[in-house]
Design a protein. Structure first.
Ligand code: ZN
Length: 251
């Protein structure tokens, strides 16, 4: 059965959300959400995603919840950045819900998965009377991914690989909560290096350079990932390499 995710990048357009350290919340929530979208579409089967916005526009909170309700989403995920003098990550379910409710258990899976990879202080699992949590007819969770007015948190927000890690954390939580299935990797294939020399990486992170491979070397690809907006192959060895056809070709 297809899992229908309504993904809501907070704020947008005329509403910048929180601001600080040269950053605007609306831009970061959109980047994280686009990464969540791409990872799910590229790596998982039977997932259908609607986004409340894909650019710098401002749908009202009512428009967002109405659209999710009319579509019959299975889950509503709202992505935000915090401000106001704290530091770290927290997430919200509707104030009247128990932690043992269906929504509470989904939130627990997301919280655990996100905090594992986001390198932020854990401010805990919270509840609030927030519009998008109250007015949705399906389970809904809102995540606050660091404080834009905190220098440490804001520095992370400026790093594209942090954005991807945060997105991957959300995806890992969704996978656990909803039993999402990764696309079959039965279709492994071989690639040959075209460039004279090329970095490989020991993590799905463009900063995790681990060494160099050379022209005409051949490797087995077991998975394709989107990392900071660009495709990366996972190799049978456990290392990673660019999937850019300018540098590698399928054989
Ligand atoms: Zn916000």
């Amino acid at each position: 059965m297809t899992f229908k995710l309504f993904l809501d990048p907070g704020h947008g357009g005329s509403d910048p959300g929180a601001e600080g350290n040269g950053l605007k919340e609306k831009n970061i929530t959109l980047e994280i959400s686009k990464n969540i979208h791409d990872i799910l579409v590229d790596e998982y089967s039977d997932v259908s995603i609607k986004m409340s916005r894909t650019g710098d526009t401002y749908p009202t909170l009512n428009q967002r919840t109405d659209e999710a309700n009319a579509w019959g989403a299975d889950f509503f995920l709202s992505i935000h950045i915090n401000s106001g003098g704290g530091e770290g990550y927290e997430d919200y379910i509707y104030i009247d819900l128990s932690n043992r409710s269906e929504t509470g258990q989904i939130r627990d899976d997301i919280h655990t998965a996100v905090i594992k990879v986001n390198d932020l202080n854990d401010r805990g699992e919270k509840k609030g009377d927030l519009d998008v949590l109250r007015d949705t007819t399906m389970p809904a969770v809102l995540t606050e991914n660091g404080f834009i007015d905190n220098a440490n948190d804001a520095a992370k927000m400026k790093d594209p690989s942090w954005i991807t890690e945060v997105a991957r954390g959300h995806v890992n939580g969704l996978e656990k909560a909803f039993g999402l299935k990764r696309k079959s990797t039965a279709g492994t294939f071989l690639i040959r290096v075209k460039a004279d020399s090329l970095w490989y990486y020991n993590k799905p992170d463009w900063n995790a350079k681990a060494g160099v491979v050379h022209k005409d070397e051949v490797f087995t690809v077991v998975d394709t990932l989107t990392v900071s907006g660009s495709k990366m192959y996972k190799l049978k060895s456990g290392n990673y390499i660019t999937a850019n056809p300018d540098y590698v070709e399928k054989v």
